[in-house]
Design a protein around this ligand. Structure first.
Ligand code: HEM
Length: 468
């Protein structure tokens, strides 16, 4: 029986019937699906090895087939995670494992000898990220870092808890690529590393804010755990599979082979510029001392510790990085401005249509900081932004376009104007929930720069194994 991707409850179309990984049909699908799609791999160090295939597709295919033996399936990712938790809970030793993933660009399919009609059909994927530059107000690709100006055919992700082990495995794999004598070559390797966790054990990004909290959930057990933690009655993260999976056109197992489109963007963060602008915004809004924290929270939509600004005027909510909220009691944006990053790209309306725009974010920070994060680099650090989805135009590109939309003000973190001359639109509330809607204009933008990227597809395991 084919998997029901549009898995809304027929009796209550506002609810999703999530995936039960123990059900045989779902387990079989997860055994042919790559990990990291339905749920993040959770390791704190990553290597992203970008590859270009040579002129001989036969050699390249053989190599990909060999690699496919090491790719982590969604089924195994879960099995390992459950065994790890059990071992750690009962005080047993646990040997950490490496996560491996493999994604192909449309040019990569072609270089492996696939014809256009055999390549996954998303038009945005087939054309590649550079072709979307105008639609996204991206910097011209001639200004990207050199390796990204070139054609990229594939990327391998390695991830491990331990940086030293990861480095050895990454070196071995890159040596192996070199030994293929031109059948493929490494064109760049990016290293992701999670920054020191905050006091509540949460992951933060370089501007200092908790990140990765709000995610679409697909597995029954993840939704159950969210229900227990803080409820899902104000914001339901359960999301249909049709937002993240498509049937792999080249899959080897009928009705069981799925894949997902994968967006990669290297986004550099100017930490000094951002922090200085936060301080200037606080001055403009006359927010002093402890209240000054609110300036940054207006920009992000959450305080640094993750407290949503639409719920309270200062940080420190009991449950860190609370996610069961919406903006129904803040329609005019007097608590969280409409342009605040998390509000601009997720108004939390929860209709079937809105859930269809969600992306499974799987990014990781890159670049080194001082141990205490007291430094404020202007370049060399940022986010390796990554996300999975079923439709690039309707999901990643739509979100980036919402961020770029000037009505209500540009998204102050990721909004891009391109070379368009756009008058200042952002208005910032001076008081939290102030009744007179007293606002001040302030231009907050330009601290995130695109350094390069590409659109990929994470194919089914049976497809990878069929190469060669
Ligand atoms: C360097 C660039 C970026 C930074 C610093 C950043 C930062 C953040 C932070 C701090 C959060 C709040 C944590 C959370 O709710 O999980 C967040 C949430 C989010 N971000 Fe970004 N982000 C960046 C790029 C992007 C891009 C390129 C997109 C997509 C086009 C994006 C989409 C989202 C989404 C969908 C959420 C969740 C919103 C919600 O459901 O409430 N972000 N981001």
């Amino acid at each position: 029986m084919p998997l029901k991707l549009n898995n809304f409850d027929p009796h209550d179309p506002t609810k999703v019937i999530p995936l039960d990984p123990d059900a045989p049909q779902h387990a079989a699908m997860m055994d042919d699906l790559q990990g990291n799609i339905l749920k993040g791999h959770g390791r704190h160090h990553t290597a992203h090895i970008f590859i270009k295939f040579g002129k001989d597709p036969t050699q390249a295919r053989k190599w990909v087939k060999k690699i496919s033996e090491t790719v982590t399936t969604a089924f195994n990712q879960r099995k390992i995670a459950l065994a790890r938790r059990k071992a750690l809970d009962s005080g047993e030793n646990w040997k950490e494992t490496t996560f491996r993933g493999f994604v192909l660009s449309a040019k990569g399919y072609q270089a492996l000898g696939f014809k256009n009609d055999q390549i996954p059909s998303d038009p945005k994927f087939r054309k590649g990220m550079k072709a979307s530059g105008q639609d996204l107000n991206d910097r011209p690709s001639q200004e990207w870092e050199r390796p990204y100006r070139d054609e990229i055919h594939a990327m391998i992700i390695l991830a491990h808890k331990n940086e030293a082990i990861l480095k050895v495995e990454s070196r071995e794999l890159r040596d192996d690529i070199e030994n293929t004598k031109g059948a493929l070559k490494e064109i760049a390797t990016e290293e992701g590393r999670v920054l020191p966790l905050d006091k509540n054990g949460n992951i933060v990004e370089h501007f200092g804010y908790v990140d990765g909290r709000s995610q679409p959930l697909f597995l029954q057990e993840d939704i159950e755990s969210e229900k227990k933690k803080e409820g899902i009655d104000q914001y339901d993260p359960s999301t249909p599979l049709s937002s993240v999976l498509i049937e792999d056109p080249n899959g080897g197992k009928e009705s069981q082979s799925y894949g997902s489109y994968f967006v990669f963007r290297k986004l550099e963060q100017n930490v000094k510029g951002f922090k200085d602008a936060e301080a200037r915004l606080a001055e403009v809004l006359k927010l002093k001392d402890e209240e000054a924290e609110r300036a940054g929270a207006l920009v992000v939509g959450r305080f640094e510790d993750g407290t949503p600004i639409t719920l309270q005027k200062s940080d420190g909510m009991d449950v860190p990085a609370f996610n069961n909220f919406n903006y129904h009691k803040d329609r005019n944006g007097s608590k969280c401005p409409l342009q605040g990053h998390i509000r601009k790209i997720n108004p939390r309306e929860q209709s079937q249509e809105e859930r269809g725009h969600r992306i499974a974010r799987r990014g990781i920070t890159y670049g080194k900081r001082r141990e205490d994060m007291g430094d404020r680099p202007e370049d060399g650090v940022g986010l390796l932004f990554m996300c999975f989805q079923a439709d690039i135009a309707n999901q990643f590109e739509r979100l980036q376009q919402m961020a770029n939309a000037t009505s209500g003000g540009l998204d102050p973190i990721i909004g891009q104007k391109g070379d368009k001359k756009i008058p200042l639109q952002q208005q910032w509330p001076c008081e939290w929930a102030g009744e007179n809607r007293n606002t001040q204009p302030f231009d907050f933008q330009g601290f995130v720069t695109l350094k390069g990227g590409e659109y990929f597809f994470a194919p089914s395991i049976s497809f990878l194994k069929s190469l060669g």
